[in-house]
Design a protein around this ligand. Structure first.
Ligand code: HEM
Length: 403
């Protein structure tokens, strides 16, 4: 059964309802028409998939392509469509076998063992940031003082990017993810970032260090598997994926814990709940409001609906993670819930490569905050917070807290 004659809401829709919840129209669609068309900026009408079982199944279906070069790929803005220059085509936007070859070059960087070794450094960074907050306290903008610098410092350290330059790439990587930015702005930002990273790769070539970009240069570029341009593209992908994501997830997590009575206090009383709480925060608070973009390579079915070859598909992880068929009382944040089957990191071959790192950062950040600042509260009502709408990453521009 197809539903081509049903209304097709504009997507992404203007923000309505509680910013901490998926847009109400998507929740309605999940219950009434779980695979239904929406209309994008260019008039194209991809399918929005909103249920947990359908999203999971689709994410492991090789008939759905992540390749942006394929006709019908559902771009979310003119800027995104026009910015698909060489710089953006890294493996997140490729299919196997090309995707597999490039992803494999990085898997050893993110293995759990390496991440656990990094945990000591992450814990020390968390402590240093909280020291600075306490010294300037008893209030702060948690985004600026903590949530942004933590992942930014960590990914810089991993890649071997000087942290002093973070202002340069933070601003540009925000622009790249802003669906309201013009194509020129996005292209300029991408070009500058790629240029900066290519120059940095040149320096690593002359003097390799113990960092990811040096290893890419030595192991992949010098052996002819990657060009300098591709090394810069991969680093760019990681730099962008590595800081806005975790930063916003930390901030949204704090707000969610504080606005669900007793949840923050549970973590203060029993920090062993933190790993589970992180999974629950990932489930409950989606930083990806627009869904994961795919295009059908051939005719197929999702949730009983026929998708034709060349049609776009948006796999909505936020509504999937609030699907009552997968989670009891899904809108309730419960740090003691078993939430590991959430799809916040995607699923299948493109499942988030950085998830071990994101988990270490989120766990360390929360553990540091509840231990050092147990009386922390958000200093404004949720509806007055400065939410970041209109981008590929949802989150907060600032987060006033006090303790
Ligand atoms: C809370 C934090 C994060 C969330 C919620 C998140 C979410 C995701 C999701 C949903 C995907 C799948 C995209 C798709 O299927 O189209 C993905 C892919 C990816 N993520 Fe993350 N991510 C986070 C943090 C990170 C970090 C810290 C890094 C690395 C530094 C990272 C690197 C990547 C990469 C390289 C991919 C592409 C994987 C592939 O295509 O094979 N992510 N992420």
């Amino acid at each position: 059964m197809t539903t081509t004659d049903s209304p097709t809401p504009a997507f992404p829709a203007a923000a309505t309802g509680c910013p901490m919840d998926p847009a109400p129209f998507m929740t309605e669609l999940r219950e009434e028409r779980p695979v239904s068309r929406v209309t994008l900026w260019d008039g194209s009408r991809p399918w929005l998939v909103t249920r947990h079982a359908d999203v999971r199944q689709a994410l492991r279906d090789a008939r759905l392509s992540s390749d942006v070069r394929r006709a019908g790929f559902p771009f979310l803005s003119a800027a995104q469509a026009e910015a698909i220059g060489e710089a953006l085509i890294t493996f997140i936007r490729m299919d196997p076998p090309e995707h597999t070859q490039q992803r494999r070059m990085l898997t050893s960087e993110f293995i759990v063992k390496r991440m656990e070794a990094l945990r000591v450094e992450v814990d020390a960074t968390v402590d240093a940031l909280i020291d600075a907050m306490v010294a300037a306290g008893p209030s702060a903008d948690l985004m600026e003082a903590f949530a942004l610098p933590l992942p930014s410092m960590v990914i810089c350290r991993m890649l071997g990017v000087p942290y002093e330059d973070h202002g340069y790439f933070q601003h540009r990587s925000q622009l790249v993810q802003d669906t309201t930015a013009t194509p020129e702005q996005v292209n300029t930002a991408l070009g500058e970032l790629a240029q900066y990273l290519a120059e940095l790769a040149g320096k690593k070539d002359a003097e390799p260090g113990d960092d990811l970009i040096s290893r890419l240069v030595v192991e992949q570029e010098r052996t002819g598997r990657l060009t300098r341009h591709e090394v810069a593209g991969m680093a760019l992908n990681l730099l962008i994926a590595g800081h806005e994501t975790t930063a916003n997830q930390i901030a949204l997590g704090v707000v969610a814990l504080q606005s669900h009575p007793g949840q923050w206090e549970k973590l203060v009383a029993d920090p062993s709940l933190i790993p589970g709480a992180v999974e629950e925060i990932l489930r409950h608070q989606s930083i990806i409001p627009t869904g994961l973009q795919r295009v059908a390579r051939e005719d197929m079915e999702i949730g009983g609906v026929t998708i034709r070859a060349g049609e776009g598909v948006l796999l909505q992880t936020s509504t999937a993670n609030r699907d009552p068929r997968a989670f009891d009382d899904p809108d309730r944040l419960d740090v003691e819930r078993e939430a590991r089957h959430h799809v916040a990191f995607g699923f299948g071959v493109h499942q988030c490569l950085g998830q071990p790192l994101a988990r270490v950062e989120l766990q360390s950040a929360l553990a540091g905050l509840v231990r050092r600042l147990p009386g922390l509260t958000v200093a404004a009502p949720v509806e007055e917070l400065d939410f970041r709408h209109g981008g590929n990453i949802f989150g907060l521009f600032s987060l006033p807290v006090q303790w």
